[in-house]
Design a protein around this ligand. Sequence first.
Ligand code: FES
Length: 168
Amino acid sequence: MQKAMEKTEAMVKHLEAVNRILEKHGHNHAKLIPILQEVQEEYKYLSKDIISYVATSLNVPPAQVYGVATFYAHFALEPKGKYIFKLCDGTACHVKKSHSILNALYAKLGLSQDKQTTDDMVFTVETVSCLGACGLAPVMLVNDDVYGQVTPEQAVGIIDDILAQEKK
Ligand code: FES
């Protein structure tokens, strides 16, 4: 009984942010995209539970919310790491050998195209299309920080720095 109550309390707490966002948008289903953007900012990704909850709260079919969430590449349906490496694979970056950076990151972290996040949820490595800074190619984002003219060695060095910082 106690455990069930604790679980319910945890769930209510977990949904506090999404409720706040839904309320801010007046539970208006026409605001689905900004709602999902803010929910993702809060929870870092859109879980199945959250998608169902948003759908029920907006009185729309979950398939509709899921459809929007899968249509836009911006939305993540899987949890991501604390540090998200976004390597540009647009034409300019590709020509400047962005794939060698990607391979160095994958090798360092034991990741691949099929497994983009480390088990400890510290790192996610993904590719994105043109980041709009082609003059700096190859370009990489680490969370909100932009790195231009990156080399594989620098990219691996950034991981080492983060690992050292995380150990502190
Ligand atoms: S192609 Fe990479 S920033 Fe444009």
